[in-house]
Design a protein around this ligand. Structure first.
Ligand code: GLN
Length: 249
């Protein structure tokens, strides 16, 4: 029997626009295949032992929440998060969580939030918020999804820039993406995946959810042979319909 442990980092602070839906999706898609899932919430003052987890998730939060948790993050979780990322644990960071995995976030008011620095990326707060539906094209999903399209919803003022060695998650088809300038969205480094897509990312994109589950199972069970397919007709129809609508807007 396979088993995965998911760490939900700061679930009480970093949970915007249904980000918790990502945890629910990972859990249900595992359980439907007989894979057991344990969810461990880890927040302020809690110990973070990365070796105990197979998937680490951090959602989005406003600048305010990011400031509240900064002390705790930098004091007790920064180093183990870096080790988790470097040891190829599966990590998913959404919006504010994406920003925190980078080096720093300079807010639009000019205050600088020092971040984990697990990924070579940084964020500058912009004057205007980048809000709306987002469609991106992900090469690594082609073949699993006909066009490799991922759909979500973004709402951020931060503009994120990627450094050497960090690849974008995808190419923007519709929306703003990382900064509204370079045409890219999100980030991939080892098994760490980041995106500005909330709303929620994984329920809307089951192929991406299965990609992350597969990586986590391969990490833990070297003889893992691949996920059983699920009947995703409705999910895929919803995914395709919303993408067609957004692209034609
Ligand atoms: N505070 C960040 C920004 O506005 C992140 C917001 C979010 O997670 N939606 O850029």
């Amino acid at each position: 029997m396979y088993e995965l442990t998911i760490c939900h980092l700061y679930p009480d602070l970093m949970n915007l626009y249904g980000d918790r839906g990502n945890i629910i999706t990972l859990t249900k898609r595992c359980q439907w295949r007989g894979i057991e899932v344990k969810i461990i919430p880890v927040s302020l003052g809690d110990e973070f032992r990365y070796k105990d987890y197979d998937i680490i998730f951090i959602g989005g939060g406003q600048d305010y929440e990011q400031t509240i948790l900064q002390d705790d993050l930098m004091r007790s979780k920064r180093q183990p998060i870096i080790e988790a990322v470097e040891s190829s644990k599966v990590v998913l960071g959404i919006c504010g969580g994406f920003q925190l995995l980078g080096k720093y976030y300079r807010t639009h008011t000019g205050s600088e939030i020092e971040c984990i620095g697990a990924l070579d990326l940084w964020t500058h707060g912009g004057e205007t918020r980048l809000i709306g539906n987002l469609v991106i094209e992900c090469d690594f999903l082609k073949g699993k999804d006909p066009q490799g399209y991922v759909v979500g919803f973004e709402n951020h003022s931060g503009k994120t820039y990627l450094g050497e060695g960090v690849k974008p998650l995808g190419k923007v088809i519709k929306g703003f993406g990382n900064n509204g300038e370079d045409g890219f969205e999100g980030a991939i480094y080892k098994n760490t995946y980041c995106s500005y897509s909330h709303g929620s990312l994984l329920p809307k994109n089951p192929v991406l959810a299965d990609h992350l589950i597969t990586l986590a199972l391969l990490n833990k069970y070297p003889d893992f042979m691949g996920l059983e397919p699920l009947s995703d007709t409705l999910e895929q129809q919803a995914h395709d319909t919303v993408i067609a609508r957004i692209i034609s807007e």
